[in-house]
Design a protein around this ligand. Sequence first.
Ligand code: TRP
Length: 420
Amino acid sequence: MAEATTATDVPTIELEGLAVQDVAQKVTPWDVEGPEVNGVKLAIDYDKLIVQFGTRRIDEAMLERFTKVTGHAPHLFLRRGIFFSHRELDVILDRHEQGKPFYLYTGRGPSRGHMHIGHMLPFVFCKWLQDVFDVPLVVQLTDDEKFLYKSDLKAEQTYQYAVDTVREIAAIGFKPEKTFIFSNMGFMGGAFYRNVLKISRCITYNMARSSFGYTETDHIGKIHFPSIQAAPAFCSTFPAIFGDRTDIPCLIPCGIDQDPYFRLTRDVAKPLKFKKPSLIHGQFLPALQGVTTKMSSSIDSSAIFMDDSPNVIKNKINKHAFSGGPTSLRELEEFGSNPDVDISYQYLTYFVDDDQEIADLAVSYRRGEITSGAMKKRCIEVLQKFVGDFQEREKAITQADVEDFMNPDYPRPFAALAKK
Ligand code: TRP
């Protein structure tokens, strides 16, 4: 990939007579790197991304409105700022209040092997949103994108990864009556392809290059791909669910790195006379090694995978989860520990719903009343349960279930929407 436009240049600063070149953070669909200051890697600055990308913070007022409109207390991902940013979430809440329909759209680039706990976040969140709003969810599996970006993979392989991914997504608890999961390679055609074409005619090479930083040696498959990720954001891509309606918008929960795709999607909505999608952006789950990098499938010791056994989870947390804490009991009692950098504590904030427990853990940890070993122990328990429950559900998913999710014509009771 070429330099993406989201990385900004930072000036060289003088430090005790030494010139140190800081490195800006970089967040693109292909690369997520925190900033580097004085040679030290720092955590991703999400406030800065809001400014750079021009999105809005999900603030208290928005959460209050959410509660008022849905009658539900916000999910812990919202309460704790894990899904922290949005584009026009208010439009979706207004519609819901007025009894007007919308749908959810998310996706995943399928890869070999199981997902890790970080990959679960948007799906766990979608499941909760679907339960709260009772709306259809469409899930795009970008086996085509994987094929285009990984020159060592065969098309047949990435398609198979997509089918395997359906099992995993199903195991989060979705139902085929409400959820359509499709592989781009499998589903392309008909209304989907017509929308891809309409979109592609609205995006010039210059627009795509300034969003994604393509260079002249990038093959044309990459350059065309954004039209394919954009198409499911428009309801006319799914006539089996929405009939011939073109006026039902979607809400897209996604990692903030996917925002460039949907900025472009929002730009083409107007000329096509489609509804602009709304977005809700999530942060990345940190790697076991610390808050400065995100969990990555390609580094086994950085991640907890959804097929890890209880023992593997225990060993990974004990061995790799960064604590950054005091090195002796005396130091612990005197200075306490820092939950902001302690990975076990950080993970607990994603997976424990009880606000009181989370608050108490932080306070006691800072005071030195809890050891990092005890924090790890609690984290191990919680993740063993999260992963174990998932594995139980996954065992129960059959081939027939997978086919139902992937069947565009599976009876989905939202057909009533098509008639309004
Ligand atoms: N490009 C995304 C990935 O590689 C997959 C994706 C497709 C997606 N459509 C989406 C993610 C919509 C979020 C929302 O993971």
